[in-house]
Design a protein. Structure first.
Length: 256
């Protein structure tokens, strides 16, 4: 999309926004640009928040939620096969991304923006946890596979980078990622073994860092379902962790 097309789209959308939403949108754009110029402040705040929380000792997956997520209609077994192959399917379109995906999809032809933003929701974490519970004997390589993907994503998608705002660190994507990470963490909370423990540590880092960003970048400009998803993400993070930031996340999420 050209710059002129983006301007036209923004003008057409603006007529449906309240003045307060427009002000929040402008403020967010300016904050993003400034943060991308000097990202260290954001990254330092993420590190502080992550250091001030720890996963709750009471994390357990309710039986009803476990049964729901293990339902083949909810989590088809084919999703585990896709995870092993490095295949991702969103909005009816499949792409093979292999072991080290191009998370920002810099090559052509690129899928739609909706497809690319779904990539950063990290549903594959839930798929890995479900697969580990269904087949305990093969859980280790599956959790390692998901963990390696998560490590590569963490290395490739650094918060504060200019290209990250529209996909990897888009607030709706961050909220969805926290929710999927939380569900995966609940599912593997009591799985034994080194690979499961390593997977939990990776999930905890993802959850705390994502919640720390989300808290600072709520979608007040869009409101509606976007703000509700933000609230759900913060509420999940508040239940996931213990510590002062976690209490703040849960309060904000609950109040919204």
């Amino acid at each position: 999309m050209s710059a002129l097309d983006r301007i036209g789209r923004n003008v057409r959308a603006a007529v449906h926004y309240r003045p307060g939403q427009i002000l929040h949108r402008v403020a967010n754009r300016l904050r993003r640009r400034w943060t991308s110029i000097a990202p260290q402040r954001l990254r330092s705040s993420i590190a502080r928040a992550s250091g001030d929380v720890a996963a709750s000792d009471e994390l357990r997956c309710p039986e009803a939620l476990r049964s729901f997520l293990l339902d083949p209609e909810v989590s088809p077994p084919s999703r585990v096969d896709d995870l092993r192959r490095g295949r991702f399917t969103f909005v009816g379109e499949s792409r093979d991304l292999g072991d080290r995906p191009d998370w920002y999809w810099k090559r052509s032809p690129a899928p739609s923006h909706l497809w690319r933003i779904n990539l950063h929701y990290h549903r594959f974490l839930v798929d890995a946890a479900v697969g580990a519970l269904r087949s305990p004997a093969s859980s280790a390589p599956l959790l390692e596979r998901a963990g390696n993907l998560l490590d590569h994503w963490t290395e490739s998608c650094v918060p504060g980078e200019a290209e990250a705002w529209d996909s990897a660190w888009n607030s709706y994507a961050v909220s969805s990622r926290v929710l999927n990470g939380w569900l995966a963490r609940l599912l593997v909370a009591e799985v034994q073994g080194g690979p499961a423990e390593a997977f939990r540590r990776r999930l905890d880092h993802l959850g705390s860092s994502s919640a720390a960003v989300l808290e600072r970048w709520m979608e007040w400009d869009l409101g509606g379902n976007h703000l509700l998803r933000n609230a759900a993400g913060l509420l999940a993070a508040g239940r996931w962790f213990e510590g002062r930031p976690a209490g703040r996340w849960e309060t904000v999420g609950r109040d919204l």
